[in-house]
Ligand binder design. Structure first.
Ligand code: AMP
Length: 397
């Protein structure tokens, strides 16, 4: 059998990997290489059905991590079963509206998108180069977070900036989490019994974004040029008055780099609470009456409700609301607080179904009089494996 796909998600200092069965999503081998390209010793953790192994990684590079992953796959007898490599790529700009087989020209376009995603795409290019070396005989496929949103209408993707900035530099809204949104949109017809439903899907994780999904594409989404825009995130600010960065530089002596650090790494739930970016930690603090946690979670849930209502405008109607991602799949608190503000849209939660739907359960948590409100666990790895497998076999998506 020659059937698994190796799914790679390369960050600047980490490489997450998973061997995925494209038919059923099973992952017999997965793990993470961490502290890559840092001054610290790198580590490689590999989990299989009955083992977990952690080893040091020297040198701590993407290339070395892939060499050791190849060796571990051989030791497990899995190397021969891998038929393709699927790469998660954050930014595909306007080049890519679907997944593609990677050749030199695709690789160069992903490199060109570094100007749009300087925090993410450099690591993807490093990972692609290393994987093409490590697996020279396998088809390599890129799956883009931005691709699902490429059919958004112009009115949704343009910023009210001089039009030339879009024409010359591609400054526009792209949207992210597209792989997750596409996976969810594929589940919805069966959940709802509607062929092309209109749904607002909330992917709530460390980064959070919403999409107005019309059948198999999005009409609007809350992230923009970068994954900083939109909802309050774990450590990122989400929407703020665009005058704030300039003001911080002019009046508080901050530099562009320090403002960027503040907006990406010190804001969001962490900045508001001063406690943590982790929703679980904040919920625990909230239960103990912690005011800072309360403040952060109140802002989060209010902004979430406002953004859900705004996405309904893009759809011009609503068949269902959907929650996914670590917070969306697990936090009954966030779901109930956000939906509480949305009764005017015909959305009402059933409290006991809501409380029972955690840890990977898929359920409609709406009350009898409400429009459907689904919790659907996302599976981005499976979709990446599916696309890589299809394209490696020369099939269309
Ligand atoms: P993700 O980026 O999709 O992995 O999601 C990470 C977020 O999900 C973090 O903020 C976690 O605190 C949150 N999360 C995971 N499990 C739970 C839970 N049981 N209750 C609340 N939040 C959770």
């Amino acid at each position: 059998m020659n059937h698994y796909v190796l799914v790679l998600n390369c960050g600047s200092s980490s490489l997450k990997f998973s061997v995925v069965n494209p038919d059923n999503g099973d992952e017999p081998f997965k793990g993470i290489a961490e502290r890559l390209n840092t001054n610290e010793t790198g580590s490689l953790t590999i989990k299989t059905a009955n083992s977990k192994q952690q080893t040091d990684l020297t040198p701590s590079t993407h290339e070395q991590a892939l060499l050791e992953i190849v060796q571990a796959l051989k030791n497990q007898g899995l190397a021969e079963s891998i038929s393709a490599v699927g790469h998660r790529v954050v930014h595909g700009g306007e080049y890519f509206s679907q997944s593609v087989v990677i050749d030199d020209s695709v690789r160069d376009k992903i490199a060109d998108c570094i100007r749009l995603a300087p925090l993410h795409n450099p690591a993807h290019v490093t990972g692609i180069d290393a994987a093409r070396k490590a697996f020279p005989n396998l088809t390599q496929v890129a799956v883009f977070d931005t691709a699902f949103h490429q059919q958004m209408p112009e009115k949704a993707y343009l910023y009210a900036l001089p039009y030339e900035l879009y024409q010359r530099h591609g400054i526009r809204r792209y949207g992210f989490h597209g792989t997750s949104f596409r996976y969810i949109s594929a589940q919805l017809p069966q959940c709802l019994g509607i062929e092309k439903p209109k749904a607002v899907v909330c992917h709530l994780g460390n980064g959070g974004s919403l999409a107005a999904i019309d059948g198999d594409h999005s009409l609007d989404t809350t992230m923009g040029l970068t994954p900083l825009e939109g909802l309050v995130h774990g450590t990122r600010s989400g929407d703020i008055d665009p005058a704030i960065p300039t003001l911080l530089c002019q009046q508080n002596g901050m530099t562009p780099d320090s403002v960027s650090d503040l907006l990406w790494k010190q804001s969001g739930l962490l900045g508001l609470s001063g406690i943590s970016n982790d929703c679980r930690t904040l919920e625990e603090a909230l239960e103990q009456g912690n005011e800072a946690a309360q403040r952060a979670m109140h802002v989060y849930c209010y902004r979430l409700a406002k953004l859900i209502a705004a996405q309904v405008v893009a759809l011009g109607g609503l068949d269902a609301l959907v929650f996914t991602g670590g917070i969306g799949e697990n936090s009954s608190y966030v779901r109930s607080q956000a939906v509480k503000a949305l009764g005017f849209l015909g959305l009402h939660i059933d409290a006991s179904k809501n409380d029972a739907t955690i840890r990977g359960k898929q359920e409609n948590i709406a009350s009898a009089e409400s429009l459907p409100i689904w919790v659907i666990p996302t599976n981005e790895e499976w979709l990446i494996a599916h696309d890589a497998h299809q394209l490696a076999q020369g099939k269309t998506l």
